[in-house]
Design a protein around this ligand. Sequence first.
Ligand SMILES: C[S@@+](CC[C@H](N)C(=O)[O-])C[C@H]1O[C@@H](n2cnc3c(N)ncnc32)[C@H](O)[C@@H]1O
Length: 268
Amino acid sequence: MGDDDNMEILYNAQQYLTTRYPANLFDEGQTMIVPTFPIDYFHKFYQQFHTEWDHSTAKLLEIGGGPCVHTFISAAPYVAEIYHSDYVQSCRDEVKMWRNNDPNAYDWTPYFNYVVNKLEGQSGHNPVAERQERLRKILKDIVYCDINTDDAIVPTITFPVNIITTSYCLEHSKSLELYDSTLRKFYDMLTPNGFLALLSGIECTWSILNGIKHPFPLYLSLDIIKKSLEKAGFVIRYMNSREIPLSERGIDRDTPSVGFFVAQKKCH
Ligand SMILES: C[S@@+](CC[C@H](N)C(=O)[O-])C[C@H]1O[C@@H](n2cnc3c(N)ncnc32)[C@H](O)[C@@H]1O
Protein backbone atom coordinates (compact mmCIF):
# COMPACT_ATOMS: atom_id res chain seq x y z
CA MET A 1 0.00 0.00 0.00
CA GLY A 2 1.43 3.38 -1.00
CA ASP A 3 1.67 6.56 1.07
CA ASP A 4 -1.28 8.09 -0.79
CA ASP A 5 -3.56 5.18 0.14
CA ASN A 6 -2.36 5.24 3.74
CA MET A 7 -3.10 8.94 4.07
CA GLU A 8 -6.52 8.53 2.40
CA ILE A 9 -7.41 5.88 4.99
CA LEU A 10 -5.84 7.60 7.98
CA TYR A 11 -7.47 10.91 7.11
CA ASN A 12 -10.72 9.73 5.60
CA ALA A 13 -12.61 12.99 5.90
CA GLN A 14 -15.91 11.74 7.32
CA GLN A 15 -14.35 9.48 9.91
CA TYR A 16 -11.81 12.09 10.97
CA LEU A 17 -14.49 14.75 11.42
CA THR A 18 -16.86 12.68 13.50
CA THR A 19 -14.14 11.47 15.87
CA ARG A 20 -12.03 14.64 16.13
CA TYR A 21 -14.65 17.37 15.65
CA PRO A 22 -17.91 15.99 17.04
CA ALA A 23 -21.00 18.14 16.52
CA ASN A 24 -21.96 17.94 20.21
CA LEU A 25 -18.57 19.03 21.57
CA PHE A 26 -20.04 22.18 23.10
CA ASP A 27 -23.32 20.72 24.35
CA GLU A 28 -23.91 21.11 28.04
CA GLY A 29 -23.14 17.94 29.95
CA GLN A 30 -21.56 16.21 26.96
CA THR A 31 -19.01 13.59 27.88
CA MET A 32 -16.70 13.78 24.87
CA ILE A 33 -13.01 13.81 25.64
CA VAL A 34 -12.12 16.00 22.65
CA PRO A 35 -10.54 19.21 23.94
CA THR A 36 -11.15 22.73 22.56
CA PHE A 37 -7.58 24.00 23.01
CA PRO A 38 -6.63 23.89 19.26
CA ILE A 39 -9.43 26.38 18.52
CA ASP A 40 -8.49 28.45 21.57
CA TYR A 41 -4.80 28.62 20.58
CA PHE A 42 -5.54 29.88 17.05
CA HIS A 43 -8.18 32.26 18.36
CA LYS A 44 -5.63 33.81 20.75
CA PHE A 45 -3.13 34.10 17.90
CA TYR A 46 -5.50 36.27 15.84
CA GLN A 47 -6.61 38.30 18.86
CA GLN A 48 -3.04 39.00 19.93
CA PHE A 49 -1.31 39.61 16.59
CA HIS A 50 -3.90 40.87 14.06
CA THR A 51 -2.88 44.50 14.51
CA GLU A 52 0.49 43.65 12.91
CA TRP A 53 -0.83 43.20 9.35
CA ASP A 54 -3.16 44.99 6.96
CA HIS A 55 -6.56 43.28 7.17
CA SER A 56 -7.68 44.62 3.81
CA THR A 57 -4.95 42.78 1.87
CA ALA A 58 -3.72 39.95 4.11
CA LYS A 59 -3.51 36.43 2.63
CA LEU A 60 -3.69 33.36 4.86
CA LEU A 61 -2.58 29.87 3.82
CA GLU A 62 -3.42 26.74 5.83
CA ILE A 63 -1.15 23.74 5.27
CA GLY A 64 -2.52 20.24 5.91
CA GLY A 65 -5.87 21.65 6.97
CA GLY A 66 -7.58 18.29 6.62
CA PRO A 67 -11.36 18.39 6.12
CA CYS A 68 -11.58 21.33 8.56
CA VAL A 69 -12.44 25.03 8.61
CA HIS A 70 -12.52 25.61 12.39
CA THR A 71 -9.29 27.64 12.63
CA PHE A 72 -10.55 30.03 9.91
CA ILE A 73 -13.49 31.16 12.03
CA SER A 74 -11.25 33.33 14.21
CA ALA A 75 -9.21 34.48 11.20
CA ALA A 76 -12.07 35.69 8.99
CA PRO A 77 -12.44 39.23 10.40
CA TYR A 78 -8.72 39.92 9.99
CA VAL A 79 -7.74 38.68 6.52
CA ALA A 80 -8.83 39.34 2.94
CA GLU A 81 -8.16 35.93 1.40
CA ILE A 82 -7.85 32.39 2.74
CA TYR A 83 -6.31 29.40 0.94
CA HIS A 84 -6.78 25.90 2.34
CA SER A 85 -4.46 23.05 1.34
CA ASP A 86 -4.15 19.35 2.07
CA TYR A 87 -2.52 16.24 0.63
CA VAL A 88 -5.68 14.11 0.73
CA GLN A 89 -8.40 14.52 -1.90
CA SER A 90 -11.34 13.59 0.37
CA CYS A 91 -10.25 16.28 2.84
CA ARG A 92 -10.11 18.94 0.13
CA ASP A 93 -13.48 17.81 -1.24
CA GLU A 94 -15.06 18.11 2.20
CA VAL A 95 -13.90 21.72 2.56
CA LYS A 96 -15.12 22.52 -0.96
CA MET A 97 -18.54 21.12 -0.04
CA TRP A 98 -18.67 23.39 3.01
CA ARG A 99 -17.67 26.42 0.96
CA ASN A 100 -20.32 25.61 -1.66
CA ASN A 101 -23.02 25.28 1.00
CA ASP A 102 -23.63 21.70 -0.13
CA PRO A 103 -26.37 20.05 1.98
CA ASN A 104 -24.05 17.06 2.58
CA ALA A 105 -21.22 19.22 3.94
CA TYR A 106 -20.09 18.88 7.54
CA ASP A 107 -21.97 21.29 9.79
CA TRP A 108 -19.47 23.53 11.58
CA THR A 109 -22.20 25.69 13.14
CA PRO A 110 -21.44 24.60 16.75
CA TYR A 111 -17.81 25.70 16.18
CA PHE A 112 -18.95 29.06 14.78
CA ASN A 113 -21.23 29.47 17.81
CA TYR A 114 -18.33 28.70 20.13
CA VAL A 115 -15.96 31.23 18.54
CA VAL A 116 -18.39 34.02 17.70
CA ASN A 117 -20.74 33.83 20.70
CA LYS A 118 -18.54 32.44 23.44
CA LEU A 119 -14.95 33.52 22.68
CA GLU A 120 -15.82 36.85 21.03
CA GLY A 121 -18.95 37.46 23.11
CA GLN A 122 -20.99 38.65 20.11
CA SER A 123 -24.75 38.59 20.41
CA GLY A 124 -25.95 41.10 17.78
CA HIS A 125 -28.06 40.38 14.71
CA ASN A 126 -27.11 36.88 13.60
CA PRO A 127 -23.31 37.26 13.85
CA VAL A 128 -22.79 33.52 13.28
CA ALA A 129 -24.52 33.56 9.89
CA GLU A 130 -22.56 36.69 8.95
CA ARG A 131 -19.27 35.00 9.87
CA GLN A 132 -20.17 31.91 7.84
CA GLU A 133 -21.02 34.07 4.86
CA ARG A 134 -17.81 36.06 5.15
CA LEU A 135 -15.69 32.93 5.44
CA ARG A 136 -17.31 31.37 2.36
CA LYS A 137 -16.61 34.58 0.45
CA ILE A 138 -12.91 34.88 1.38
CA LEU A 139 -12.09 31.15 1.18
CA LYS A 140 -10.63 31.61 -2.28
CA ASP A 141 -9.23 28.18 -3.06
CA ILE A 142 -8.74 24.66 -1.70
CA VAL A 143 -5.63 23.08 -3.18
CA TYR A 144 -3.20 20.19 -3.08
CA CYS A 145 -0.06 20.43 -0.95
CA ASP A 146 2.78 18.08 -0.02
CA ILE A 147 5.21 18.78 2.80
CA ASN A 148 7.42 15.86 1.78
CA THR A 149 8.36 17.05 -1.67
CA ASP A 150 11.66 18.51 -2.84
CA ASP A 151 9.63 20.88 -5.01
CA ALA A 152 7.10 23.56 -4.09
CA ILE A 153 4.87 22.57 -1.15
CA VAL A 154 1.84 24.32 -2.66
CA PRO A 155 2.46 24.55 -6.40
CA THR A 156 -0.76 26.32 -7.40
CA ILE A 157 -0.97 29.51 -5.39
CA THR A 158 0.86 32.80 -5.74
CA PHE A 159 3.28 33.81 -3.03
CA PRO A 160 4.07 35.55 -0.75
CA VAL A 161 1.32 35.22 1.87
CA ASN A 162 1.11 37.11 5.16
CA ILE A 163 0.19 34.20 7.40
CA ILE A 164 0.75 30.44 7.29
CA THR A 165 -1.10 28.25 9.78
CA THR A 166 -0.73 24.53 10.30
CA SER A 167 -1.94 22.12 12.94
CA TYR A 168 -0.97 18.48 13.48
CA CYS A 169 0.45 18.20 9.97
CA LEU A 170 4.22 18.70 10.05
CA GLU A 171 4.48 15.62 12.26
CA HIS A 172 4.04 13.76 8.96
CA SER A 173 7.42 14.96 7.68
CA LYS A 174 9.43 11.93 6.67
CA SER A 175 12.65 13.12 8.31
CA LEU A 176 14.05 15.97 10.34
CA GLU A 177 15.85 17.16 7.19
CA LEU A 178 12.49 17.47 5.41
CA TYR A 179 10.96 19.15 8.48
CA ASP A 180 13.76 21.74 8.46
CA SER A 181 13.39 22.19 4.73
CA THR A 182 9.61 22.75 5.08
CA LEU A 183 10.18 25.49 7.65
CA ARG A 184 12.74 27.15 5.37
CA LYS A 185 10.23 26.99 2.52
CA PHE A 186 7.54 28.50 4.77
CA TYR A 187 9.95 31.33 5.55
CA ASP A 188 10.40 31.99 1.83
CA MET A 189 6.63 31.78 1.21
CA LEU A 190 5.93 34.59 3.70
CA THR A 191 5.97 38.36 3.27
CA PRO A 192 8.49 40.30 5.34
CA ASN A 193 7.15 40.34 8.93
CA GLY A 194 4.76 37.50 8.02
CA PHE A 195 3.62 34.99 10.63
CA LEU A 196 3.65 31.23 11.03
CA ALA A 197 1.27 29.78 13.65
CA LEU A 198 2.09 26.14 14.27
CA LEU A 199 0.35 23.58 16.47
CA SER A 200 2.14 20.27 16.86
CA GLY A 201 1.92 17.01 18.72
CA ILE A 202 5.03 16.52 20.86
CA GLU A 203 6.93 13.31 21.55
CA CYS A 204 4.52 11.21 19.55
CA THR A 205 6.06 7.80 18.80
CA TRP A 206 3.35 5.66 17.18
CA SER A 207 0.01 5.74 15.42
CA ILE A 208 -2.47 3.04 14.46
CA LEU A 209 -3.55 2.52 10.87
CA ASN A 210 -5.90 -0.31 9.90
CA GLY A 211 -5.43 -1.86 13.33
CA ILE A 212 -1.65 -1.95 12.90
CA LYS A 213 0.71 0.05 15.07
CA HIS A 214 3.20 2.12 13.02
CA PRO A 215 6.17 3.99 14.41
CA PHE A 216 5.89 7.75 13.81
CA PRO A 217 8.54 8.77 11.26
CA LEU A 218 9.64 11.83 13.16
CA TYR A 219 10.23 12.41 16.88
CA LEU A 220 9.53 16.04 17.78
CA SER A 221 10.17 17.75 21.09
CA LEU A 222 9.50 21.40 21.93
CA ASP A 223 13.21 22.05 21.77
CA ILE A 224 13.61 20.40 18.34
CA ILE A 225 10.77 22.53 16.92
CA LYS A 226 12.12 25.71 18.51
CA LYS A 227 15.60 25.09 17.09
CA SER A 228 14.22 24.24 13.62
CA LEU A 229 12.19 27.45 13.55
CA GLU A 230 15.21 29.50 14.57
CA LYS A 231 17.47 27.72 12.05
CA ALA A 232 14.96 28.62 9.31
CA GLY A 233 15.31 32.29 10.30
CA PHE A 234 12.13 32.77 12.34
CA VAL A 235 11.88 34.80 15.54
CA ILE A 236 9.62 33.07 18.06
CA ARG A 237 7.02 35.53 19.33
CA TYR A 238 4.96 33.12 21.43
CA MET A 239 5.35 29.56 22.61
CA ASN A 240 3.11 27.45 24.82
CA SER A 241 2.74 23.78 25.59
CA ARG A 242 0.09 21.66 27.17
CA GLU A 243 0.23 18.19 28.57
CA ILE A 244 -2.61 15.99 27.35
CA PRO A 245 -4.13 14.07 30.26
CA LEU A 246 -4.53 10.33 29.67
CA SER A 247 -8.31 10.79 29.64
CA GLU A 248 -8.05 13.11 26.58
CA ARG A 249 -5.63 11.03 24.52
CA GLY A 250 -6.98 9.37 21.39
CA ILE A 251 -6.57 5.65 20.97
CA ASP A 252 -5.01 5.99 17.51
CA ARG A 253 -1.70 7.56 18.64
CA ASP A 254 0.32 8.43 21.72
CA THR A 255 0.60 12.19 21.99
CA PRO A 256 1.61 13.12 25.55
CA SER A 257 1.60 16.87 24.88
CA VAL A 258 1.20 19.60 22.28
CA GLY A 259 3.17 22.73 21.48
CA PHE A 260 1.90 25.96 19.94
CA PHE A 261 4.31 28.41 18.32
CA VAL A 262 3.89 31.84 16.78
CA ALA A 263 6.97 32.56 14.69
CA GLN A 264 7.70 35.65 12.62
CA LYS A 265 9.80 36.40 9.57
CA LYS A 266 11.18 39.47 11.23
CA CYS A 267 12.60 42.03 8.82
CA HIS A 268 14.12 45.32 9.94
C1 LIG B 1 -3.99 15.11 12.02
S1 LIG B 1 -4.55 15.74 10.48
C2 LIG B 1 -4.74 17.45 10.88
C3 LIG B 1 -5.87 18.08 10.16
C4 LIG B 1 -6.23 19.49 10.67
N1 LIG B 1 -5.12 20.40 10.43
C5 LIG B 1 -6.56 19.45 12.14
O1 LIG B 1 -5.92 20.18 12.91
O2 LIG B 1 -7.47 18.72 12.52
C6 LIG B 1 -3.11 15.72 9.48
C7 LIG B 1 -3.34 16.27 8.08
O3 LIG B 1 -2.07 16.27 7.42
C8 LIG B 1 -2.32 15.88 6.08
N2 LIG B 1 -1.07 15.36 5.50
C9 LIG B 1 -0.52 14.14 5.65
N3 LIG B 1 0.60 14.03 4.91
C10 LIG B 1 0.76 15.22 4.29
C11 LIG B 1 1.72 15.74 3.37
N4 LIG B 1 2.73 15.00 2.95
N5 LIG B 1 1.58 17.00 2.96
C12 LIG B 1 0.55 17.78 3.39
N6 LIG B 1 -0.41 17.34 4.23
C13 LIG B 1 -0.31 16.08 4.68
C14 LIG B 1 -3.39 14.82 6.18
O4 LIG B 1 -4.06 14.63 4.95
C15 LIG B 1 -4.28 15.38 7.27
O5 LIG B 1 -5.33 16.15 6.75
